[in-house]
Write a protein that binds this ligand. Sequence first.
Ligand code: CP3
Length: 333
Amino acid sequence: MTPLHEVIINKKTNVKPIWIMRQAGRYLPEFREIRKENPNFVELCLNHKLSSQITLQPINRFDLDAAIIFSDILMLPYGLNQKVEFKKNFGPVLGDLNISLMSKIDEIDFVKKIYPVYKAIKIVSSKMNLENKNTIGFVGAPWTLLVYMINQQSPKKNVKKNFFKDEYLINRVLLLIEKFLKIHIKNQIENGANVIQIFDSWAGLLEERDYPNYIYTPTLNLVDYVRSLNVPVICFPREIKNYKEFCEIVKPDAVNIDYNVDPFMISKNLKIPVQGGLDPKILLTDQENLKKEVLKYLDIFKDHPYVFNLGHGILPETNPEMVKFLINIVRDH
Ligand code: CP3
């Protein structure tokens, strides 16, 4: 069994696997090299030769326990024919959402449109299996995808004022998202993904009274679905106000925590395996400080099933040498 599966399925505490959110990305010179020649990010995600190569870059450079496939949560709206662009120094920009056109899309159209993502997973997973390492497939959670599809860009402090104005639209889009997320998950697993991570990056935007409708129920449906396919699922409800309540209701196999929660309270209160937490900004400081912070997490979670990771994606300005240093501390511990 892989180290990651030992922790999230068997709840082992004597192994501390490590992988890093956004490990395939702009902090790596070998990624920037490819990116420079490929200005269109969506097209790059749809180039299975390059996307599998990018996915494996951090695996070749560092001794990580898992590869996360180089793709994006916004490949889902893209597969549903909503325009998706990534503007330099701005982030994603989506086109207008036409719900009646979108409702006509079937599974075959969707899979055809993003098929190279699955092809890349197949290539990556055959290599990872040989090394007893995992291939992580991922999706955006329904709420976070709804935010992007309606808001058409990353929200600032909040979603636009009239976000919830058209209740019927919101409910129809959510149903479509759930349907196609299941298709997307199934295809990733069929091509070799053996862990699924669900990113709810904008969970923190909701009031607690809205959690049942927009977070708990739709995420619970997905978690049950992944589990029915016999693959473990990690949830990352970033900046949710109550991780304990989330875990008790949604019951994922493991939960990724953000860097604003107290890891000590998490280790006391959560009964399930935990992943992540370290503030990615710590990687921008010095080795001494990094070591202190990494040992803090390892110490707090020494008797807890724990996967080392960050509390959000690694920053583009990170020095890869600091990543190497971090991995060595975790390995030597
Ligand atoms: O290495 C990996 O983690 C795998 C690939 C991955 C990407 N995006 C590639 C990417 C994963 C898991 C994601 C998830 C994702 N995408 C999330 C959830 C996690 C989070 O960050 O909260 C979200 C919200 C998105 C949407 C998205 N994609 C945004 C907001 C941006 C722009 C912000 C930024 O970092 O530039 C992206 C672009 C993106 N996705 C990049 C990468 C490597 C940068 C693209 C570039 O090279 O310009």
